[in-house]
Design a protein around this ligand. Structure first.
Ligand SMILES: *Cc1c(COP(=O)(O)O)cnc(C)c1O
Length: 645
């Protein structure tokens, strides 16, 4: 096993640090590049004299403005002292930690240039960087990342994972509805599906093949014919007609379902509402150990196939928000391929908003996938075989969501959407995008410089794109670079897990401690029940009391908090009957006290810990914040149970 200390010296340089140890480095960078920006302005047209007089600062209006600005900034700065200390190894709460210096510096450096990544006209530099980020992420997950290849992947940034998931839905619907639209437009000489039902149920790869045949055919037409045919197709497309009209016009097909695990993030519900398909089309599939239950998924798919109910997409979550669990993506891919042959085509999207960057641990520098044994040699238990299999299967998915602002350690405002075959993106273009380009890297880049054509947003931050790009250049997305950071989080989670098992024995006289879900990644949950208590309501009240001490409280000085953690719940309708019974037994709870519909007793409240901070082990001073956290927990658990007596 590679010792944690092995990565220590690299990590020392990556962040501002818990004590802001690298303050001089950040300050130097900020000042250096701010000056650089100043000279850039002055050198634009040095013959233009300064427009603001050197005496301007003497005027009362100027001084009044400056004093007002200072006053407000002081207030802002003071207020921000109540912020959550995400940077601290005492923070184990949500999916955030310190920021990587290259990203922070690049974003600050780029801000005064204010590039707008809607298009190259407004961002001649950073729009290319955003397209490159798409390729960097594509390589990390095993998609084709050479723009000179015809089926190269494409990715772009979004405001977050929510919008990336929405973009996946939008693209899948465009692809799915393409064949029926093309049939309605009736172009001659193109081989079309026999009927709408077949067309609407093509596999994503077949939809793309049909799109390419159409584009090739169009390219061969004269210019006036081409635009006439393009208009004719556009008039038939679902994006033009709207859902109501489109399905009225195609009575043999109906609005498609989306299948997602019951543990899926609520952005999926938002996405279906936003798309206009409606929340009703989202079917949540049962889980096993918080991982999608593929048998149940296949049963659902078979039932839908028999009912001639189309399916838009099946979602796999790579790192669930609440439990960090990893769905068996490999089995979803198999199901997708099998059902496509039986006339039920759908896409597989991976919601890796949280777990995406863990792929760096599995990726060798040459882009190859690392074997199970290679990865396994670096850890105590990670990865479970199904986890390695899921990461191996990423390359076969149709699209992926990854959040640089979560495990990418980058500032908020950066999610990412990546699709496996960029040629599908033509369907999302606002302007006709039919010209069939030869697959030359330069064409690829030229096309996506009009980024606003393809993304859900309009104007967007080029500085954010620069931050992600520079970070990926400094720490390439393989196991020897960024992967060392990801490995650190997994090793911390293993330490936390091991420590939790000892801890459970140490406090067994006062509290029963259970790890309710075996962690797949770097998120570990803990359940607590005071000895002698059999009531779910009382246990929940106890855990909420504990959580009160771990949550942000703006009315109190920050320093009063020893640690920050988060809570989540286990609901029987999600966990399942057998698993709920097992949990209740292990926590010595009375099953009769779990009451459906009762606010305080219809679920189990537990603590959730995100082990993302790179300095959980302080090698310099020999401090383990994981150890300190469990000491804190032991103290609080004993105090709380004593107070209750
Ligand atoms: C966080 C998260 C999202 C949503 O991402 P935002 O960046 O918060 O919009 C979606 N899916 C999963 C699994 C997540 O963890």
């Amino acid at each position: 096993m590679l010792p944690i200390a092995h990565d220590r010296h690299l990590l020392d340089a990556c962040f501002l640090g818990p004590y802001a140890e690298n303050d001089a480095m950040l300050e130097k960078l900020v000042v250096e590049f701010l000056r650089d920006h100043v000279y850039w302005r002055r050198n634009f047209h040095p013959e233009d004299p300064p427009a603001i007089s050197t005496r301007a600062a003497l005027h009362p209006d100027y001084q009044e403005f400056e004093s007002r600005m200072r006053r407000e900034l002081h207030q802002l700065s003071a207020a921000l002292k109540r912020s959550v200390p995400f940077h601290s190894p005492r923070y184990l709460g949500h999916m955030v930690s310190d920021l990587l210096l290259p990203g922070l510096a690049a974003q600050m450096l780029a801000l005064p240039y204010n590039p707008n990544n809607v298009s190259e006209d407004a961002a001649p530099v950073t729009v290319d960087m955003e397209v490159q980020v798409g390729l960097q992420l594509a390589r990390m997950v095993g998609y084709q990342d050479d723009p000179a290849q015809p089926g190269c992947a494409f990715g772009h940034l979004t405001s977050g994972g929510t919008l990336a998931n929405y973009q996946a839905l939008r693209l899948a619907l465009s692809l799915k509805a393409f064949a029926p639209a093309l049939r309605a437009a009736r172009p001659p000489d193109i081989e079309l599906p026999d009927d709408d039902r077949i067309g609407f149920n093509l596999a994503p790869a077949e939809c793309i093949a049909l799109l390419l045949r159409w584009q090739q055919w169009l390219t061969a037409q004269s210019a006036p014919d081409r635009s006439r045919w393009q208009d004719r197709l556009d008039a038939q497309r679902i994006e033009h007609r709207g859902l109501v009209d489109f399905f009225a016009q195609h009575p043999d097909i109906s609005p498609p379902k989306v299948l997602a695990p019951i543990t899926a993030h609520y952005s999926w519900s938002k996405g279906l509402k936003l798309l206009g398909l409606g929340r009703q089309q989202l079917e949540l599939v049962e889980q096993k150990n918080m991982r999608l239950d593929v048998e149940r998924l296949e049963e659902r798919l078979e039932a839908l196939r028999r009912a001639q109910q189309p399916v838009l997409m099946a979602v796999a979550v790579l790192g669930t928000t609440e439990y960090g669990s990893i769905d068996p993506l490999q089995d979803l891919i198999t199901a997708r391929n099998r059902f496509a042959q039986r006339g039920l085509g759908f896409s597989v999207h991976v919601d890796a908003a949280w777990g995406g960057y863990l792929a760096t641990v599995f990726r060798a520098e040459n882009g190859q996938l690392r074997t199970f044994d290679e990865v396994r040699a670096e850890f105590e238990n990670f990865p479970a075989p199904h986890v390695h299999a899921a990461f191996s299967a990423l390359a076969d998915s149709d699209s992926i969501t990854i959040d640089p602002h979560k495990m990418g350690y980058l500032p908020y405002g950066s999610g990412a959407f990546v699709c496996r075959d960029h040629r599908a993106m033509a369907l999302l273009a606002e302007r006709a995008d039919y010209v069939f380009h030869e697959p030359v890297a330069e064409n690829y880049l030229r096309r996506y410089r009009s980024l606003g054509q393809f993304i859900p947003e309009g104007s967007k931050s080029g500085a954010a794109a620069a931050a992600v790009y520079v970070t990926h250049k400094v720490l390439p997305l393989d196991h020897r670079n960024f992967g060392r950071l990801a490995r650190q989080t997994l090793l911390s989670a293993e330490q936390f897990h091991t420590r939790a098992l000892c801890f459970a024995r140490e406090v067994a006289d006062v509290v029963t401690v259970v790890i309710p879900i075996e962690p797949d990644s770097n998120l570990v949950c803990l359940a607590f029940n005071p000895v002698g208590n059999a009531s779910v309501a009382r246990m929940n009240a106890f855990v909420r009391q504990l959580h009160e001490e771990l949550r942000c409280d703006p009315r109190q000085p920050l320093q009063l908090k020893e640690f920050f953690g988060s809570s989540t719940t286990l609901r029987p309708e999600i966990v399942g009957t057998d698993e709920t019974t097992r949990l209740l037994t292990s926590l010595r709870l009375d099953p009769a006290s779990l009451i459906a519909g009762e606010v305080n007793s219809d679920r189990l409240t537990i603590l959730r810990h995100t082990l993302m901070n790179p300095f959980l082990t302080d090698h310099e001073n020999g401090i383990s914040y994981i150890g300190l956290y469990f000491e804190f927990l032991a103290r609080r658990l004993r105090a709380l149970t004593a107070a209750a007596k």
